[in-house]
Design a protein around this ligand. Sequence first.
Ligand code: OAD
Length: 249
Amino acid sequence: MQTIVILTGAGISAESGLATFRDPKNNNKGGGLWCNHRVEDVATPEAFERDPILVHEFYNQRRRELRDAHPNAAHLALTELAKNFEGRTFLITQNVDDLHLRAEAGKKLPRYKLLPMHGELRKARCEVTEEIFQWEDDMTTATPCPCCNKPGRLRPHIVWFGEMPLYMDLIERMLAECDLFISIGTSGNVYPAAGFVQMARMHGKAHTVELNMEPSGGSSMFHEKVYGPATQIVPAYVQRILTGDVIVD
Ligand code: OAD
């Protein structure tokens, strides 16, 4: 086995205390984010044009929540995999939190790449120059942009509905090349990520595995499925890979 591609979604961060998007339960915030907010109000370019104050406040709140959240056993297990697997590991995440990044902090991982395809909460982007900045604090319509020094030009570095996810060229290439594709903590509702399992099977040769709390929308596409909390099933599956217990053709 030479290449592993992993896709993660909100379920991997649920046990770190971050709300998922669609679960009516399974998180400690009284329902998924899209149960309490309309996507059209906070996660589209049109929403930002119409009501930037509301959109900034939504993402400021998410950014503040990151301060109390920490990587859990599932994030840490994936870092161990990246460190110890002798082939290449590509970790595609739909999550905009930085818990994968923090799990790998200080580790030398030469055969590993993290691809945050829906953007990053701890980054801001200038709408005029497209320059990207590390961003820890709240952002408002009055915040001056670091590159142009003018207010009203910064937006969260988040891929909104109707916008093109990041790293798609590399992702498609890796899906076609990978031997093992593992989907973790995602409901399979949002494309293109929901179609990655099909791409890994149809254009490539991958053995496909779903690790989730419950069957996702695309569960029938996976060769192997394990259901349960990510902090239990992800470390166990990583152990299986590292001990040679996962055989791919
Ligand atoms: P969802 O909220 O749609 O799905 C989360 C999945 O995680 C569900 O299938 C849950 O069963 C599962 N889950 C919950 N807790 C879990 C746990 N402790 N262990 C394992 N699994 C658990 O989130 P995503 O699939 O990530 O996009 O959502 C995809 C995209 O939709 C997001 O990136 C976001 C959203 O709209 C944008 O904002 C562009």
